[in-house]
Design a protein around this ligand. Structure first.
Ligand code: ADP
Ligand code: MG
Length: 865
């Protein structure tokens, strides 16, 4: 280190404390980065890498201008990096030797307060995880922008930790420096998340109040780690942090991460877009905080029937009372993001425009309360009793801040007249002075008879009288004092003008200072309302989500589900809410679902593309919608309250994730088999696809049997193994259903209708035909299929479905050895096969007798050849 300049030595010393962050080192008007930081930053930010020092020991360097640093910081944060902002903390002119520098702020993905990475409708979570014992972990998540925190114990091992991190959309996770390496690797591999370390676990005193409800030592250590990290990185007020909420996962319907992803609750699997997800369907929220709450509700459907019914009743009432709902929506449009405003107030970076937003929001409260009071429903009644109108705060904001204040809080123009008499008198002085100057301009024009004479102002010379060159001869000698000569004008002053100028400038300076002070004072007063504002935010966002359910249910013709404790499902004309919205209106084929003690497992067969997966997801989405308190897409629905939902979507549909390995399929199936109860819903979609036919079929059968015998969960099981339909005979509570398709003109037409009984064939070849594969391939595939089906009949398969239609009996082809041929049907020539095919295709009802005769003749000719 000795060979480096003192400044670089200073850099290295600071950098040593912030190894995992880009060190933005303030140097005059730039932030500079050195060494490895510089190389990486140059690449990530696409800026030029330069060097510093002599050729031999050139230190890699790059820099960004101080005034535009924010955009670069945002870019790096978006990529998951951290930035340590290192400023000059003494005046360079007074410094002896190297200017003193210190890191003033550590910006991390989980702690940013604004910028592009913060979206209105989503939380920005920072999380902390600590290992307890035997696969148990403490897990806490905090959103600094809204101040909310929730903590729980996860018992499902590191897999569940990863599920939770992913479903929270966490940007950053804090762990102990001795956190297990293998676990860290797993987290890094499966999630794009920033990992931070914090050794100190004792909850700092400042945070004691918000941890009041938590007794468990290990949980306290988990939250303590997060608090210490915040103290270390934030260095600003965290007064808006709310009481940490402890929840257990059995308070809610459990849906593991894979299932949430498979069911596309929040975003689609492939494109990661909201459009196409359940959230997209049910989101008619008006406020950003409502949108965030809705997402949380969808991730955690309720399991307490009373709570669900309470929500449903509000939704029903909102549907019935259309005008009340419209009025509420109207009022909500003027409610801003109170949660985040409260966060900004605490951080001390709220501006006057945001206080106007706060005022507009508070002005809506009486109206909202009045609308909701009329509804006369228990849940909403309870909700509005928690509302504090914050009348004094509203009064303060109404009397103090102008309607359209500037963005900057330093330039005045924010405070209303009449709020502060001192401010008013400065304003008068400034105004009087300006009026005096305007009058002077008039007077001088008249007296000198120079119409173009004007009084102007600039920062360097202050007020001046300007006369164009052409008019100077008309100006009486010695009337003004010359101050500045321009190309075509002269500027003058008078002692009187200067005197007024001083008065005006002094007043304006005082105005700016006083306004700023007053604004700070107002900000401080608002701060004492943070808790009330947060409570108000909760209530309003709940109302917003409930009205959203009502609005959507009304538009999409959803109905109120009837919850039963009879373990029974009776859905009439159910629809898949997303598919229905994606295709043309009226095109969607609705389907019933009937499941009860005799029908615990439905084995679904049917051609590819018939609608098996859609049918299965439809049920899961309907159950989730019901349990979050929304109406459901059907003409009527009776549903139990499910404790958990498990889904396994077969490899065929899961290619996009790049995880279509058979192992993943089996792991997810294991998860379902180990955790499901008789009150759960299991969807297994084409399980066993990822391995060889017999393997897959054997496993599929064993899994179905296990669910039937050991679990008793309501299960939808789609399969392309037609052989499995024979299970209906063996398993009492399993029933076959199939999605019907018909053949028209030799083509398959999907009816998307689910009916009892098994499908008679898999139609794969017809789908190939639809896709217009060469005719040759189709004919040949048909031949091979028939041959294989014949072969199967010989194999002793315990589950072989009997009683196929005569018509489907295989036509044996010339692939077999002589002896085998003897034992089967007589061989058919390819001409005969072709003829049989053509005959099958004939549409006799639409044919004239003459056409029929001609075809008969053709056939005879072909056979004679
Ligand atoms: P499978 O799982 O049987 O291969 P999918 O459930 O993936 O079939 O459905 C294939 C396509 O058929 C869907 O993308 C959808 O466009 C359409 N579809 C499915 N079910 C219906 C339905 N009930 N009504 C209308 N279209 C449907
Ligand atoms: Mg499918």
């Amino acid at each position: 280190m000795a060979q480096h300049t003192p400044m670089i030595q200073q850099y290295l010393a600071i950098k040593a404390q912030y190894k995992d962050a880009f060190l933005f080192f303030r140097l005059g008007d730039f932030y500079e980065l050195f060494f490895e930081d510089a190389k990486l930053a140059a690449k990530e930010l696409e800026i030029t890498l330069t060097g510093r020092g002599s050729d031999k020991e050139r230190i890699p360097m790059c820099g960004v201008p101080y005034h535009s640093a924010e955009q670069y910081i945002t870019q790096l944060i978006e990529k998951g990096y951290k930035i340590a902002l290192c400023e000059q903390v003494e005046d360079p002119r007074e410094a002896k030797g190297v200017v003193k520098r210190e890191v003033v702020k550590l910006i991390t993905p989980g702690t940013v307060m604004d910028g592009k990475t913060i979206t209105d409708k989503e939380n920005n979570f920072i999380t902390s995880v600590s290992y307890f014992d035997e696969g148990k972990f403490g897990f806490v998540r905090t959103d600094l922008t809204t101040g909310e925190s929730a903590i729980t114990v996860l018992t499902g091992g590191i897999d569940e930790v990863i599920f939770e991190l992913a479903s929270a959309g966490a940007k950053e996770v804090i762990v102990s420096p001795d956190f297990d390496e293998t676990y860290l690797e797993m987290i890094k591999q499966r999630l794009a998340i920033t990992i931070s370390f914090e050794a100190v676990e004792a909850v700092p005193e400042y945070f004691h109040p918000i941890c009041a409800g938590i007794q468990h030592d290990q949980l306290l250590a988990t939250i303590g780690r997060l608090c210490n990290y915040l103290v270390r990185t934030q260095r600003r007020s965290l007064d808006h942090l709310q009481q940490v909420q402890y929840y257990t996962s059995n308070q809610y319907m459990k849906i593991d991460y894979h299932s949430k992803r498979n069911l596309e609750l929040i975003e689609t699997i492939r494109e990661k877009k909201k459009k196409g997800s359940l959230l997209w369907i049910v989101d008619a929220t008006v406020t950003a905080m409502g949108a965030r709450l809705l997402k949380k509700w969808l991730e955690r459907p309720l399991i307490n029937q009373t709570e669900i019914e309470e929500r449903l009743t509000v939704v029903e009432t909102f549907i019935e009372q259309f005008f009340a709902r419209e009025e509420l929506r109207e009022a909500l449009t003027d409610v801003y993001d109170l949660e985040r405003l409260a966060g900004k107030v605490a951080y001390g970076n709220v501006n006057a425009r945001e206080l106007v937003q706060l005022r507009r929001s508070l002005q809506q409260v009486p109206k909202i309360v009045q609308i909701v009071q009329q509804l006369n429903v228990p849940l909403t009644k309870r909700l509005i009793t928690t509302i504090d109108h914050c009348e004094e705060l509203l009064d303060l904001l109404e009397t103090s801040i102008v309607d359209d204040p500037p963005l900057s809080v330093k330039d005045g123009g924010m405070i209303k007249a009449g709020f502060n008499s001192e401010l008013d008198s400065y304003r008068d002085a400034s105004l009087n002075g300006k009026e005096w100057i305007a009058a002077l301009e008039q007077k001088e024009r008249q007296e000198t008879n120079i119409k173009s004479l004007k009084i102007g102002y600039n920062k360097v010379f202050g007020y001046y009288i300007e006369v164009t060159k052409a008019n100077i001869p008309n100006l009486p000698e010695g009337r003004y004092e010359r101050k500045q000569t321009l190309a075509n004008a002269e500027r003058y002053i008078t002692p009187e003008l200067k005197e007024k100028e001083t008065l005006i400038l002094e007043a304006e300076e005082k105005i700016e200072q006083l306004e700023y002070d007053l604004f700070q004072m107002i900000r401080e007063q608002v701060k004492s309302y943070i808790r009330q504002l947060q409570q108000l935010a909760k209530t309003i966002s709940t109302l917003d989500v409930l009205q959203s359910f009502a609005t959507v249910s009304n538009e999409q013709r959803f109905v109120r589900p009837h919850l039963t404790d009879n373990r029974e499902i009776q859905i009439e004309s159910g629809r898949h809410p997303v598919v229905e919205k994606m295709i043309d209106r009226g095109q969607y084929v609705s389907n019933d679902v009937v499941m009860n003690r005799e029908r615990e497992i439905l084995l679904i067969t049917g051609p590819n593309m018939a609608g098996k997966s859609t049918y299965m997801r439809q049920l899961a989405l309907t159950a989730i919608m019901a349990q979050v308190g929304c109406f459901v897409p059907a003409t009527s629905a009776v549903l139990p309250v499910f404790d958990q939902i498990f889904t396994r979507i077969g490899a065929a549909d899961d290619l996009a994730s790049g995880q279509s390995t058979f192992m993943v399929e089996m792991l997810e199936t294991k998860h379902a088999l180990m955790n499901a109860t008789e009150n759960s819903l299991i969807l297994l979609d084409e399980i066993g696809r990822g391995t060889s036919t017999y393997d897959g079929m054997a496993l599929a059968q064993a899994i179905v049997e296990y669910i039937h015998e050991q679990i008793g969960a309501k299960t939808l099981f789609s399969t392309h193994y037609h052989e499995l339909t024979a299970l209906e005979q063996q398993l009492e509570r399993l029933k076959n259903v199939h999605v019907s398709a018909v053949e028209e003109d030799g083509k398959v037409v999907f009816l998307h209708k689910v009916v009892d009984g098994q499908a008679d064939r898999s139609y794969g070849i017809y789908v190939a035909q639809l896709a217009e594969l060469p005719e040759h391939v189709i004919v040949r595939a048909d031949e091979i299929l028939h041959q294989l089906e014949g072969e199967e009949k010989q194999t002793v398969l315990p589950l072989r479905a009997e009683a196929k239609d005569q018509e489907d009996q295989p036509v044996q082809l010339s692939l077999f050895g002589e002896e085998e041929k003897q034992s089967k049907k007589p061989q058919t020539t390819s001409a005969e096969t072709g003829i049989i095919k053509d005959l099958k295709k004939l549409d006799i009802l639409n044919m004239t007798p003459l056409e029929a005769l001609k075809i008969l003749n053709d056939i005879q000719q072909r056979l004679k050849k």
